[in-house]
Design a binder for this molecule. Sequence first.
Ligand SMILES: [Zn+2]
Length: 144
Amino acid sequence: MFSGEYYMKQALVEARKAFDKGEVPIGAVVVCAGRIIARAHNLTETLNDVTAHAEMQAITSAASMLGGKYLLDCTIYVTVEPCPMCAAALGWSQISRVVYGAGDEKRGYLKIAPQAFHPKTKIVSGLMAQEAAGLMKQFFQSKR
Ligand SMILES: [Zn+2]
């Protein structure tokens, strides 16, 4: 029942929205029982808020949609490896599964906080990594 590519494509659509706004292009969707219950992209520039990462907003939006703070039986698809802040927030949410695309050696959670997720959370990495990484590369090249 795991057909992650469709959902990751939706996360990439979100990332592209961020890109078009001049935001670091990272997008996320939260899927619960096969349904997308939250879509979000990075908005740190728009909101003047360094915590406005795609995942943080997706968590808030999904919890509000579900009417409960825990995202049990949900999966988040995020285009780039979560940072330690988002990994910890996802840990608090007790989300069941985290699927991300491109790794982030500098700012990803694995370097600083590899234990940040809830112990029961399943992690899948590398799904459509090239697309996600390509968007990031394009963004940072355009900023130079
Ligand atoms: Zn983050």
